[in-house]
Design a protein around this ligand. Structure first.
Ligand code: FE2
Length: 282
């Protein structure tokens, strides 16, 4: 499948520095003292006016425990977006404006089939209908990565409209029409296998879903990552920095490197790319 080269990353350098300072429990003033980078230059970077040099970014990365190669790439506007391998099934990224941003849902279906599996519902049935591919006319299941308005809008409407018999949500989450799916639980729909992994951090109840072919002889897979990991960044750790970090490492190490990551925001990427460059993956 193809990536969209012009699709912007979800997070800029300023977002990454802000998240990393929160993770480290360090203020900009303390960071300036420990790195020798001027406080004003750090604040400018956090406010999206960065002209930090790679040397300065390396010093920030060392104190904030970030991948310096990825941070420098981000700082120079050249974060790598990888070529994506082929998958033995079809994937439709459904990008929906929400507030000032864009949230992604994903439809997956066997090649040539009119049935699909939906991961997240976006802001609601209207937003989803506007980007829905005509090839898919019914759903076998809906899976939610986490229950937030930009990812889980109109779940019952979607279930009713497309006749999905199942709506799976992370264990511990609360959503109408949803039933809990916990760590390691799998479901099979024709030739597609979906396995849930509990990945709290961004939210207390958050799942990633690994989608594989149950019949094709390939390790190619899709990891629907919600707000655990983005290309070049991670979701906000509103529940737990430690758990988000642990689950980020666990998931990137667990899946084959060629696994395509389908995040809740921003472009598609691969496990290999994020292991190599994601500032938080060190
Ligand atoms: Fe989100």
């Amino acid at each position: 499948m193809n990536n969209t080269p012009s699709l912007p990353l979800e997070d800029e350098l300023g977002d990454v520095l802000d998240k990393a300072m929160r993770r480290a429990g360090i203020t900009p003033e303390a960071l300036a003292l420990r790195t020798g980078v001027a406080l004003g230059r750090i604040c400018d970077a956090v406010d999206y006016r960065s002209d930090l040099s790679c040397d300065e970014l390396r010093r920030l990365a060392a104190v904030l425990k970030l991948n310096e190669v990825g941070l420098c790439a981000l700082g120079s506007g050249q974060y790598p977006q990888p070529a994506l391998g082929a998958l033995p099934f079809s994937v439709w990224p459904l990008r929906m404006p929400h507030g000032i941003g864009v949230a992604n849902a994903y439809l997956v279906g066997e090649c040539g089939s009119s049935r699909g599996i939906l991961f997240d519902t976006g802001a609601g049935i209207d937003a989803l209908s506007a980007v829905w591919p005509p090839a898919i006319r019914s759903l076998d299941a809906v899976f939610l990565t986490h229950v937030e308005p930009e990812h889980a809008g109109g779940l019952c409407d979607v279930v009713a409209k497309f006749g999905a018999p199942k709506a799976c949500i992370p264990d511990g989450a609360v959503a109408p029409c949803g039933q809990g799916m916990g760590e390691g639980m799998s479901a099979r729909f024709g030739g597609l296998e979906v396995t849930a992994f509990a990945t709290p951090g961004h939210a207390a109840a958050h799942n990633c879903y690994l989608v594989k072919s149950g019949t094709a002889r390939t390790e190619s897979a899709l990891l629907v990552s919600g707000d655990l990991v983005f290309a070049g960044s991670v979701g906000g750790a509103f529940f737990s920095h430690e758990k988000l970090q642990a689950n980020l490492r666990r998931m990137l190490a667990m899946v084959p490197p060629s696994t395509i990551i389908a995040p809740g925001h921003g472009p598609l990427t691969t496990a290999e790319n994020e292991l190599r460059y994601n500032p938080f993956a060190g």
